[in-house]
Design a protein around this ligand. Structure first.
Ligand code: URA
Length: 439
């Protein structure tokens, strides 16, 4: 075999030729050993973005990234994780993890931080005073075995190649590539030892996948990769044309999740979280049918056991579990301003990603990696897609700091003139789950 070189591999992918398993592994190994330069990897990412990858190449890339770090294995255990491609107000993990765990699933969450316009589960959990997300893999493993639930941030030990590649994708406009997303997600999920994966693939104006057909391609790619690794996988294509639930912003979202676990909270958030948990319970083999799993998940909310499990998770990871009883223990910005309906009508659409960017403007997201998040700022949307509005109605409340008058004015202007669109005619209620695909 001729000596491998990054130049030859780039030539090949540039001309849309299929890379071999050995070539892909060579790239990832060389990246980890710093034998190739970031700009060469960035060029390859763009060639992959433009020319795509076959199913085999995607599986080989997943494999190479998966073995770039440590791998865990929980053979014989009901270890099932859920992953979302990210959205606005997408907080289901905080609800479904304790539901699934209390119903008998082992839930090993290695969750992400906010990225671009999307929020991250790890940042949300850190709005709970004291909650620790930086456990090492040994602790992660032992807590999963003992407690059945653990939630940590991305660690350098699991799929470290993804961390490097992700950072390069973030700055080279190569995030929304189906093979790259598939390998990124699946390398992490397979390395953490999940035997089954429930994927929430978000579609719409607040998601990386803007159309159902793109989302379906991603779903098929993820299912195909899961099957090759002999893992069960269910993907739900879900609506991200408006924030999920009413809250956007860290403390506000944690409060909303606790409300759902108390049997209250917005219906879209509650029903999607319970459905996702039910799929986890079903593919874990705890219940034979999805209907029985759904019943079990609902019961755990009704009888308070899921909320109790959430409190346990918080205190096990050194957080203050009293937050479920006293929301004032979390930081919430004291000032309130409002987005007010300019006329009678109906809410037609949201430029949902921009709502995420507006939250970042308030400090509730990062513009650069080193930014510190203000957990207390954000929005509550009182009116949602298709809702009837009367002139003067509050569409949303903005939670902000005293010195943010100028930013708030700008947000109010942009929300009413660009982000929210109105209709004078009645509209139908949006669907929450568009389609379910599985292997
Ligand atoms: N989430 C990930 O972990 N990776 C991607 O590429 C996109 C979403």
């Amino acid at each position: 075999m001729t000596q491998m070189s990054m130049y030859n591999i780039l030539e090949k992918k540039k001309h849309n030729k299929v890379l071999s398993k050995e070539e892909i592994k060579w790239v990832i190994d060389s990246l980890m050993e710093k034998k190739i330069e970031d700009y060469q990897v960035a060029a390859l990412l763009m060639a992959i973005y433009l020319n795509g990858m076959t199913k085999e190449e995607t599986a080989h890339l997943t494999d190479a990234m998966l073995y770039s770090g440590k791998t865990l294995s929980f053979d014989g255990l009901n270890v099932v994780d859920k992953h979302s491609t990210g959205g606005i107000g997408d907080k289901t993990s905080l609800i479904l993890a304790p539901i699934a765990a209390v119903c008998g699933v082992k839930v090993p969450m290695i969750a992400g931080r906010g990225l671009g316009f999307t929020g991250g589960t790890v940042d949300k959990m850190e709005a709970i005073p004291g909650f620790k997300t930086d456990l090492d893999l040994k602790e992660f493993e032992s807590r999963l075995n003992e407690k059945g639930i653990v939630l940590i941030g991305q660690t350098g030990e699991i799929a470290p190649a993804d961390k490097i590649i992700y950072a390069l994708r973030d700055v080279t406009a190569t995030i929304d590539s189906i093979p790259l997303i598939t390998a990124s997600i699946m390398s992490k999920k397979l390395a953490e030892g999940a035997n089954g994966i429930v994927m929430d693939i978000k579609v719409g104006s607040g998601a990386f996948m803007r159309t159902k057909s793109e989302a379906k391609k991603l779903a098929r790619s993820i299912i195909n990769t899961a099957s090759r690794f002999d893992k069960k996988c269910v993907t739900l294509l879900t609506n991200m044309n408006q924030p999920l639930g009413e809250a956007v912003g860290h403390t506000l979202e944690v409060i909303e999740c606790i409300e759902v676990l108390k049997g209250r909270g917005p219906k879209d958030l509650s029903s999607l979280s319970i459905e996702l948990a039910a799929h986890m319970i079903h593919i874990a083999g705890v219940e034979k049918t999805y209907a029985a799993a759904l019943k079990k998940a609902r019961k755990s909310v009704k009888d308070g056991s899921a909320l109790k499990k959430f409190e346990e998770l918080i205190s096990d990871q050194e957080g203050d579990s009293q937050v479920t009883k006293n929301y004032d223990l979390m930081d919430l910005a004291p000032e309130r301003s409002y987005i007010v309906a300019p006329k009678d009508g109906y809410i037609k659409s949201f430029k949902n990603a921009d709502i995420g960017f507006m939250c970042t403007e308030l400090g509730g997201g990062r513009k650069v990696k080193s930014d510190k998040i203000d957990f207390g700022v954000g929005f509550i949307f009182h009116k949602r897609l298709s809702d009837k509005i009367k002139k003067g109605d509050k569409i949303a409340t903005i939670y902000h700091r005293k010195d943010q008058g100028k930013i708030v004015e700008d947000i109010q202007h942009r929300m009413l003139n660009d982000i929210i669109k109105f209709s004078s005619t009645k509209l139908s209620k949006p669907e929450i789950v568009y389609e379910i695909l599985k292997n």
